[in-house]
Design a protein around this ligand. Structure first.
Ligand SMILES: Cc1cc2nc3c(=O)[nH]c(=O)nc-3n(C[C@H](O)[C@H](O)[C@H](O)COP(=O)(O)OP(=O)(O)OC[C@H]3O[C@@H](n4cnc5c(N)ncnc54)[C@H](O)[C@@H]3O)c2cc1C
Length: 425
């Protein structure tokens, strides 16, 4: 049901705007921005409702984050049952925690199954609602086409550009003076090329922890800079996924009680993380996730290396001091060969979506309740912004697609009725 937009297929209402020189293309069905898991999920769900759509994707393939911005050893952090997209489960022979290559295979076959063929190399730079026409005007720039801008027009816009669209690198004094390599975790693939090097990993989330583990396993000497508290939980408890246990308990118990239970078991399994430099925040892991969107670390092996001293914990970085030196906030200085910022990502929605009531200034969903964060006014939808990972993206996709399908069918019925009237005149 993929609607090939006119500038790509050359078969429809595309025209050139006389004043701006930009192409203009009225598409059938909604415009979806982003061909990551969320964009694919909503496209698949629309396809099941027989609603056409157009997907605009800035990179040259689907799931850019998973294809081009993740390390080699990455596996889904959560068991596969919590990461399936709507309508198609993971193959039975996939492991409980699929590798990124498994996940990409799944996504490619998912896209093929629902005939989702995005328009690649289209970076959306602006989207605004034209109230007079009741239409969304979405401008996308094509790198291939010498930066040519095309305006795609539709009554419906689905934002699926992800919570992780742009890398976040904090400004650190003196960074330009550092003689070693500085990179963001999105550019890290494996510890192989860091063998024998002293590497400072800034950030202690799931990526920071796992990169330290990987560096250790490749004979590097990782140091992990920790600014604030962090909750480390075993990935599994009593032979079952910690996430799964938490989900079950939340059905019956208040979040504070579930947090207390998780922390009790974590202490039994891992011991006291504070003793080794990882202070636990005051609020529990699930409460923090709910309030800030920040996930607890699900340990896949780094913790035992922290305990044995193979991964060393250091404080927050204060500045680069010149040469290979780094100064920490406690005044200590150390030399490193490389620094990796595992400092996360942010949404890029505020840079291109104008006057939206759905998003905060920093591009997060405004709605407090994830269940209602997927729909805004004027035919605007967002999928994958509820802070609930792939599980939340799937739920958003189903809700958005059903809502759009209802409107699409109403428009189609009205058009059919008008056609019948005209033909009976
Ligand atoms: C290392 C890592 C591991 C993770 N592991 C898990 C896990 O195990 N389970 C889980 O549930 N979640 C996990 N996540 C979270 C993960 O990001 C999401 O679950 C998933 O990728 C979200 O899909 P998405 O389609 O919403 O966003 P993305 O995967 O980020 O896809 C968004 C797409 O939009 C495109 N795009 C962005 N801006 C524009 C624009 N202006 N114009 C056109 N296209 C644009 C991007 O190129 C991209 O292809 C992980 C994240 C990271 C970084």
């Amino acid at each position: 049901m993929q609607e090939q937009a006119a500038d790509a297929a050359g078969n429809s209402p595309s025209r050139r705007d006389q004043n701006s020189g930009a192409g203009c293309c009225l598409v059938r069905g909604p415009i979806i921005v982003g061909a990551g898991p969320s964009g694919l999920a909503v496209a698949a769900a629309l396809s099941r409702h027989a609603v056409p759509f157009t997907v605009l994707e800035r990179s040259d393939g689907i799931a850019d984050l998973w294809t081009n911005r993740t390390y080699d050893r990455l596996r889904l952090h959560l068991p596969k049952v919590f990461c399936e997209l709507p309508h198609v489960g993971f193959p039975a022979d996939f492991p409980t925690y699929p590798t990124k290559h498994d996940f990409l295979r799944y996504l490619r076959s998912y896209a093929a199954r629902f005939a989702v063929s995005p328009l690649f190399g289209r970076t959306v730079t602006r989207a605004r609602f034209d109230a007079a026409a009741s239409l969304w005007r979405v401008t996308a720039v094509s790198a291939e086409d010498g930066g040519r801008a095309t305006e795609y027009v539709s009554p419906w816009l689905v934002v699926a550009s992800g919570e992780n669209a742009e890398v976040v690198v904090p400004k650190v004094k003196g960074r330009g003076r550092f003689a070693g390599e500085v990179l963001h975790s999105s550019a890290y693939r494996s510890g192989e090329r860091f063998k024998g090097m002293r590497v400072l990993v800034v950030g202690c989330g799931n990526s920071g922890m796992e990169m330290c583990l990987d560096l250790c396993e490749h004979g590097a000497m990782p140091f992990m800079s920790v600014r604030s508290g962090v909750h480390v939980l075993p990935r599994e408890m009593f032979g079952t996924s910690t996430f799964g246990i938490a989900m079950k308990l939340l059905k019956w118990l208040p979040i504070k009680l579930v947090d207390r239970f998780l922390l009790l078991v974590a202490k039994m399994v891992l011991g006291d993380t504070e003793k080794h430099g990882l202070r636990r925040p005051k609020l529990g892991p699930l409460e923090i996730k709910n309030i800030t969107g920040k996930s607890p670390v699900l340990d896949v092996g780094a913790w035992s290396l922290i305990k044995s001293g193979n991964i060393k914990i250091v404080p927050e970085v204060e500045s680069f001091t010149g040469g290979n030196g780094v100064r920490f906030v406690d005044g200590n200085e150390m030399d490193f060969d490389a620094v990796i910022f595992a400092t996360g990502y942010r949404s890029n929605v505020p840079s291109w979506l104008k006057d939206s009531e759905l998003f905060t200034e920093d591009g997060k969903a405004k709605a407090q309740q994830p269940a209602s964060s997927w729909r805004g006014p004027n035919g605007l939808y967002c999928v994958g912004f509820s802070g609930r990972g792939l599980l939340g993206a799937g739920a958003d996709a189903l809700s958005a697609a059903a809502d759009i399908a209802g409107r699409w069918q109403a428009v189609a019925a009205a058009a059919a009725a008008a056609g019948a009237k005209i033909s009976s005149v």
